[in-house]
Every structure is written in structure tokens, then in C-alpha cells.
Design a protein around this ligand. Structure first.
Ligand code: UD1
Length: 366
């Protein structure tokens, strides 16, 4: 059996890592190749993750780069078709919900190659999110649907997918998290961390922000930054800034809001450096999908700066809370957290570090 594994953007790399490591260990009759579409290409968004996550050089780098959605998607499709023609894989494995996920699924399926989608079934029901369109298109055509939480199974069944195509296997990103947490505990030498001078042993908050709906609109971004400045009067706020957000802070001339505050704007961080930081945070504020799940896995309070989430288990069982996208919403949730204290959560089913093994067992047994 021949498998192609696809990754394109930062949140994909931690999801493919445990699959790659399982394949390396496997003595099954499987060959595999790794494709990096090049959707993310900056050193801080890509290369450093390959190093941290002990990923091999990709066999193919498609150099898709940025651009409009059509441009980026089209470049991935054109380049990935050539890979499929050359390699003739039995399976293409895609992860997550980025443009590369959808583009490679469509390319493979039209060539009658079987597609497995890891992290299938998540739905925000918000069609203004490019990721929601990518999820729905990918799940509509993928042969095997590997699901992280029960809501994913329910969504797929509601959309008419057969029981036999759906596999509730858990969360590969949590495989990566638990592995690296263990590594950090085994090698506790403090790594040089750009935030180290600020945080000491006192409480601190960590922020990530990159969704177009939050960062492409001046008023929305300004409101969020003002709320962060208010929180930073109580504790340092460490904010590694995504390139898209950095660009907009400059274009909208918003740096002055955070100047002279305890909000620290930093470059994007490598995986291990970032994990070493946020694992000890008092509070994480984010619009990322991944961090909603990672904070739930470690029981850290998370404010999700969105109106909806495709990951409801993080709210129903975990430590996540939807706070909306206004400064007022963020601050009222923050005041409640201060007066009532953090809510307890539990770790969702199968978020146990063994999801990649379950996925490969299914693929190999077919
Ligand atoms: C993409 C994903 C999103 C994911 C996010 C994680 C889609 C539709 N979106 O969003 O789901 O949560 O990645 O980061 O696939 N840029 C750089 N260097 C890079 C990559 C991007 O400077 O290495 C800048 C470019 O100016 C680019 C902008 O960031 O225009 C956006 O990049 P893009 O890949 O289009 O989307 P993201 O916002 O990163």
C-alpha cells in the first residue's frame, strides 16, 4: 500500500507528525511520501515546525504560497495532480481544514485515489469561514472520515455519511501535545524564551489571533487589542503575532494601542517554545481551532474570540468559553473568571495520545 500524507499550513504540521512517526515505526507493508504544499512558507510558520516535530524533509514541496483563495487553491491542485500522476498512491491522507486540505482531496478523488480525512466532521455552521467550506467539501468526498469528538460523528451522519466510513479515533494533535509535554518534563532546562523576562513565576496570559474576521477589520482588531491592554494591567499578556495580524496592526496603525502596556508583541513561536510558554498560562485567549483543544487537554482556561466553534466538546466538557469578538465580551468573561475562578474541565474521550495508531490500524487493515 502506498500513502501520501499532505500538510500545508502551520496547524497541519502537528497533526501529521504522529502519523509520520507511526509510519516510521510500522512494520506493515506500507510505503509513504510526504507532501508540503508550501501554503505556509516563512521560516517561523513552517521550517521551524518540521525541526521541532522531528519531521523529515518533505518528498515534495509544491511552493503554493499565499494569494487569493482561488490562486492558492488552484496552485495546490495543479502541483498536487503531478505528484499523484507520478506516485500513483492508494491513499491520500489530508488533515484539518486549510485550503491545502480541500485542494488535495479534490485532486486525488478526481483521479480515483482514496482520500482519508483526519479531523473530519467538525462544523461551525458559519459559511463565512473559509475553513468551514474546506471541511464540508473535504468530508463530502473523502472515503474515510477520522473524527476527534462525538459531535463530528453526529454531523457526518446527519449529512448522510455511512457508519462504515466514520471512525471515532480521537485527536492526533493531542498525540503531539502529550509527546512533547513529556519531552519537556524530561529535559527541563529552560530554553531561551523571548517571553522569559516578562513572566517569572507570576500569572500571565497568552494570546493568538489570525482569523480574517478578527484581524482584517480595523475596529474589531482595535477593540480586541484594547481589551488585552486592560487585562495586561493585572498580568503580562504574551502575544506571538501571526504574519497576517502583524501586517494589519501596521496597516491600521494600531501599535500605539499596545505601546507602553504590558502586552508583549512577539514573532510567531516555534512549537516547543510556544508549548513551554502556554502550558503554564493563567489564561489563553485565541481564535485558533487547535488551541481550543490543546487548552482543554491541559485544563487551562481558554477564551475563544469568536461567535461559534466547530469544537463544542471543548465547551461542553473542557475549559473553553466563547467570548465573542468585542472588547466588552472579552472583558466581561475576564471579570467573571477573576471572581468565580477557573471552571474545571475533563479531557474528552480518546484524547489520549494514541489517535495516530488507531488511524493507521484502520488504514492498514483495509
Ligand atoms: C491559514 C488557514 C487557517 C489556519 C491558519 C494558521 C486557510 C483558508 N486558512 O490561514 O485555517 O488556521 O493558516 O496559521 O487555509 N503569510 C506569511 N507567511 C507564511 C504564510 C502566510 O507571511 O508563511 C501571510 C501572507 O501575507 C498571507 C497571510 O499570511 O497572505 C495569510 O496566509 P494564508 O495561508 O492565506 O492564511 P492564514 O491566515 O495563515
Amino acid at each position: 500500500m502506498k500513502i501520501i500524507i499532505v500538510a500545508g499550513a502551520r496547524p497541519n504540521f502537528m497533526k501529521i507528525a504522529p502519523l509520520v512517526h507511526q509510519l516510521r515505526k510500522s512494520d506493515a507493508d506500507v510505503t509513504w511520501k510526504l507532501v508540503h504544499t508550501g501554503q505556509h512558507y516563512d521560516y517561523e510558520m513552517s521550517r521551524v515546525f518540521f525541526d521541532d516535530l522531528e519531521l523529515p524533509e518533505p518528498d515534495f514541496f509544491l511552493d503554493a504560497g499565499s494569494g487569493t483563495h482561488a490562486e492558492q487553491t488552484a496552485r495546490v491542485i495543479l502541483a498536487f495532480e503531478k505528484v499523484c500522476i507520478q506516485e500513483k498512491p492508494d491513499w491520500v491522507v489530508v488533515v484539518g481544514d486549510v485550503n491545502s486540505t480541500m485542494a488535495c482531496s479534490i485532486t486525488a478523488k478526481k483521479m480515483n485515489i482514496q482520500v482519508a480525512h483526519v479531523e473530519a466532521g467538525l462544523r461551525s455552521r458559519d459559511m463565512s469561514m473559509p475553513e468551514e467550506i474546506n471541511r464540508m467539501l473535504t468530508d463530502a468526498i473523502a472515503d474515510y472520515l477520522f473524527v476527534t469528538e462525538k459531535s463530528g460523528v453526529d454531523n457526518l451522519k446527519r449529512e448522510g455519511r455511512k457508519d462504515g466510513d466514520i471512525f471515532f479515533v480521537g485527536n492526533v494533535m493531542i498525540d503531539t501535545l502529550l509527546y512533547h509535554l513529556d519531552q519537556i518534563k524530561k529535559n527541563p532546562e529552560p530554553k531561551e524564551n523571548p517571553a522569559a523576562g516578562t513572566i517569572n513565576d507570576s500569572p500571565f496570559a497568552v494570546v493568538t489571533l489570525h482569523r480574517p474576521s478578527n484581524v482584517d477589520d480595523r475596529n474589531t482588531l482595535a477593540g480586541i487589542l484594547k481589551a488585552l491592554v486592560r487585562i495586561s494591567a493585572d498580568m503580562p499578556v504574551i502575544f506571538p503575532v501571526h504574519p497576517r495580524t502583524r501586517k494589519n496592526i501596521e496597516v491600521f496603525d494600531l501599535e500605539k494601542i499596545v505601546n507602553d502596556s504590558n502586552v508583549q508583541l512577539l514573532p510567531p513561536m516555534p512549537y516547543i517554545e510556544f508549548l513551554s510558554l502556554w502550558k503554564d498560562a493563567f489564561l489563553v485567549l485565541t481564535d485558533s481551532g487547535g488551541l481550543q483543544e490543546e487548552t482543554t487537554a491541559l485544563g487551562i482556561p481558554c477564551f475563544t474570540i469568536r461567535e461559534n466553534t466547530e469544537r463544542p466538546v471543548t465547551i461542553e466538557e473542557g475549559t473553553n468559553r466563547l467570548v465573542g469578538t468585542t472588547g466588552e465580551g472579552i472583558l466581561s468573561a475576564y471579570e467573571q473568571l477573576k471572581t468565580r475562578g477557573p471552571q474545571r474541565g475533563k479531557v474528552p474521550k480518546y484524547w489520549d495520545g494514541k489517535a495516530a495508531g488507531r488511524i493507521l490500524n484502520v488504514l492498514i487493515s483495509k
